[in-house]
Write a protein that binds this ligand. Structure first.
Ligand code: NAI
Ligand code: MG
Length: 347
């Protein structure tokens, strides 16, 4: 099976290198890796953040292991050429619409959570975020108002098919877990959210065994901190899911711990940590590689049919943490390489 390896920018190459060493040490069989540039690195090498060769590799591959994109040196570029367009382009071109973001606290990390330990240990949830629609992909532009003021706009929209397919992923995910789905929207204010809520309720007819609830996004942000243990699966749109999943990560210890999978309807996926390229710590052997290691485990489970290898790698991460492995974001002093070594030793 072919895995497209897209390290990207900033800490991307460092965390991918550590993850590759873990995969090698785990002795996962039958995988071939092919690497290609993406993001700012690809812009510098090829003049585009998602060059045709990279997109072609992503399409040919059985799964994509992605580091991160984003480079402060590219801030002045036209929006279409910015590194971040690479991840948006991959999601759109491969119809990767279902972004699964599990947030679970490793018990060993209760001290690293932003929450009180008794609240933090209750976190065990999955955010199912839609990633093919919403303001990220609606019409965008800037114009002058009638009064001559500069104005920017991004259209927020979802059609019923887009909502129905992500709702189904939410219900199925809940069915494989504790059977509770909370749909998060802003239906008190947004037309898009009103349709979202109507369609989720329609789809729920096919899932009578799932306990469905609805919550406004502002309340959801508050509840995630107050009592995260109430959530099993959250299904939400692209923008709300982006924000809530960063928040959930901090409840679960560190942004450096949270993996993600973004799947299409054939269960082909792109696997990446939820964090970005962290330019502030890039090239200094400071980044925590565990979110990427755990993303590779999700890849083995969801797209490559190797759940046993996934289990082994996740168990090794837990063991490394239990043995005291801590990078700076977890309150320790270990670097990227040492964190990778700790997982390998635990394997
Ligand atoms: P970020 O996630 O890169 O960093 C936020 C903070 O968390 C920073 O202080 C960083 O040092 C820390 N951090 C992130 N990952 C870490 C890790 N593995 N270990 C230890 N500390 C870690 O978000 P920020 O700063 O908002 O964005 C930086 C760049 O990344 C921007 O260009 C942004 O657009 C891009 N980005 C890319 C994403 C992607 O590739 N999917 C996702 C989010 C942001
Ligand atoms: Mg984000």
């Amino acid at each position: 099976m072919l895995v497209a390896l897209l390290p990207g920018d900033g800490i991307g190459p460092e965390i991918i290198a550590a993850t590759m060493r873990v995969l090698e040490a785990a002795g996962v069989s039958g995988l071939t890796f092919e690497q290609a540039p993406v993001g700012g690195a690809a812009y510098k090498a090829k003049g585009h953040p998602l060059p045709p060769e990279t997109l072609d590799l992503a399409k040919r591959a059985d799964a994509i292991l992605f580091g991160a994109v984003g480079d402060p040196n590219c801030d002045a570029l036209d929006r279409h050429l910015r590194p971040e367009q690479a991840i948006l382009g991959l999601r759109k071109e491969l119809e990767l619409f279902a972004n699964l973001r599990p947030a679970k606290l490793f018990p060993e990390l209760a001290d690293a959570s932003a929450l009180r330990p008794e609240v933090a240990t209750a976190i065990d949830l999955v955010i199912v975020r839609e990633t093919n629609g919403d303001v990220y992909f609606g019409e965008k532009g800037h114009r002058k108002t009638a009064d001559g003021l500069r104005e920017g706009y991004d259209v927020m929209s979802y059609n019923e098919a887009e909502v129905a397919r992500i709702a189904r992923v939410g219900f199925e995910t809940a069915r494989a877990r504790r059977g509770k789905l909370c749909s998060v929207d802003k239906a008190n204010v947004l037309e898009t959210s009103q349709l979202w809520r109507d369609v989720v309720i329609e789809v729920s007819a096919d899932y009578p065994d799932i306990e469905l609830s609805h919550m406004y996004v502002d309340n959801a942000a508050m509840q995630l901190v107050r009592n995260p243990g109430q959530f099993d699966v959250i299904v939400t749109g692209n923008l709300f899911g982006d924000i809530l999943s960063d928040q959930a990560s901090m409840c679960a210890g560190s942004i450096g711990m949270l993996p993600s999978a973004t799947l299409n309807s054939a269960n082909k996926g792109l696997f990446e940590p939820i964090h970005g390229s962290a330019p502030d710590i890039a090239g200094q052997d400071k980044a925590n590689p565990l979110a990427t290691v755990l993303s590779a485990a999700m890849m083995l489970r969801y797209s490559l049919g190797k759940p046993d290898d996934a289990d082994r790698i996740e168990a090794a991460v837990a063991k490394a943490l239990a043995n005291g492995a801590r990078s700076a974001d977890l309150g320790g002093a270990m670097g990227t390489v040492a964190m990778g070594d700790a997982v390998i030793a635990a394997l």
